[in-house]
Design a protein around this ligand. Structure first.
Ligand code: KG4
Ligand code: ZN
Length: 414
């Protein structure tokens, strides 16, 4: 009976009564007028439950996050119903923590912004239904957020960056290059044709059993690869960057994953290691995979910069390339990108690591950007749905391919 009750609690939506109780727990601060617009941002598109309150000038007044990484590392990947359950268990607490830390009472909010696309259906659903109840009870405007738009605009919270700028988003679930011309005005230049680079790193790390490596046991796959690669020789294995003859800005990482898989199998045979044991050549494999990935990402990005410069889509001086997403915290890949920006007279900017990965701040900030621009601020949420798949901006990747820009070979001395 006890178990049944617990299951019901975990799988049911937060009740209206619970939300009322939660809202009632806030004290209004009459003597503290907020001069700026205030947005509560809520993110549940994948495996992080996050919330934040941000003001119009980019001050982060409060934030909270619950990461599911530990749970998913144990199961070897995200199991959507498990992610959904964890979002349901944590969303109220996380929103409450962000609001309490900000010392803003819900009635003072200008709007609530929530990720509704793209992402895991079951995860998006939790954030959306919770937000719609909150919006309904507080009688506040609702701002639906595109997760990738939020990643791309984060740099305008941390740095003084004007439109247009180029953005490279690389993480476990994303891989794209886009020109950001305005708050919701994007030109998609290229994307991964298969998996994202973080996903590839995670798969290679899992195959190398890096969870069992004493130095890497708590790291994500990509971080473990970066860590181990420092001890390895990248030239020990001759891996070729993918798509060398395709003169576009698309990416591919599943071929690299298959080649790494074959090498690991071969080495296991040679070294007589059983599946599950760490190879003596693990660091060399990690270094080679990281180097090849960095070269591939740098080359596609180089072509995107040249395309934009040729078409006059970026300013002649002080053009900015923004790199964000979990994989952009990899310092080796950042150095490869710096080689590109230095030869093309651009500046590379990356948000701080905590804002590169999924977080509530970027959603709240995207809400502020949309509020200021008067874009997509809803006073009626009828018919609003989450969208697991949703492209970003206008796709001009075919045009980029047709331009067939030849990229000069750069010495990747990293
Ligand atoms: O942005 P993020 O937290 O979540 C999404 O995927 O949306 O990125 C997580 C991904 C994982 O695949 C992880 O392995 C990768 O980013 N990652 C890294 C590094 N840190 C995290 N990849 C390469 N080098 C890193 N230092
Ligand atoms: Zn993300």
């Amino acid at each position: 009976m006890l178990i049944l009750n617990k299951t019901v609690r975990v799988f049911s939506k937060p009740s209206k009564r619970k939300i009322y109780e939660f809202l009632g727990s806030f004290t209004f601060h009459p003597g503290k007028p907020f001069l700026h617009k205030l947005v509560l941002g809520i993110e549940t598109s994948c495996d992080d439950t996050a919330a934040a309150v941000v003001d119009e000038t980019g001050n982060v007044l409060g934030e909270a996050i619950h990461s599911q990484t530990e749970v998913h590392l144990k199961t070897g990947g995200i199991i959507p119903p498990v992610a959904q359950q964890l979002h349901r268990e944590n969303i109220q607490q996380i929103v409450q923590e962000a609001l309490c830390a900000s010392r803003v009472s819900p009635s003072e909010l200008s709007a609530i912004a929530t990720t509704i696309k793209p992402g895991l259906a079951l995860s998006l659903g939790v954030g959306l239904s919770y937000s719609l109840q909150l919006v309904d009870q507080l009688k506040k405007p609702f701002i639906p957020i595109h997760h990738m738009e939020a990643h791309a605009l984060t740099i305008r919270l941390t740095n003084n960056v004007e439109f247009p700028f180029l953005v490279l988003l690389i993480s476990g679930g994303h891989c794209l290059l886009a020109l950001v011309q305005g708050v919701s005005d994007f030109l998609l230049l290229g994307k991964s044709l298969d998996i994202a680079p973080g996903d590839m790193f995670d798969k290679v790390a899992r195959r190398l059993c890096l969870r069992k490596h004493p130095e890497c046991s708590t790291m994500s796959g990509g971080k473990a690869i970066e860590h181990l690669a420092k001890q390895g020789n990248k030239l020990h294995f001759d891996l070729k960057p993918p798509m060398q003859h395709a003169r576009n800005c698309d990416f591919s990482f599943s071929g690299l994953q298959n080649v790494a898989d074959k090498i690991i199998k071969q080495k296991e045979k040679e070294e007589g290691t059983e599946t599950g044991q760490i190879l003596s050549s693990a660091a060399d494999i990690a270094a080679a995979v990281q180097h090849t990935t960095a070269c591939h990402i740098a080359r596609r990005t180089h072509r995107a910069v040249l395309f934009c410069q040729q078409r006059g889509l970026l300013p002649q001086t002080n053009a900015v390339l923004v790199a964000s997403g979990g994989v952009a915290s990899n310092l080796y890949i950042r150095k490869a990108l710096e080689i590109v920006t230095s030869v093309t007279q651009c500046t590379l900017l990356c948000p701080p690591p905590r804002l590169c990965t999924d977080n509530g701040v970027m959603i709240a900030w995207n809400g502020i950007e949309r509020l200021r621009a008067g874009l997509g601020v809803l006073h009626n949420t009828e018919g609003i749905r989450y969208e697991p798949k949703c492209p970003l901006g206008v796709d001009i990747s075919k045009e980029v391919g047709e331009a067939a820009i030849k990229v000069p070979r750069l010495k990747m001395k990293i």
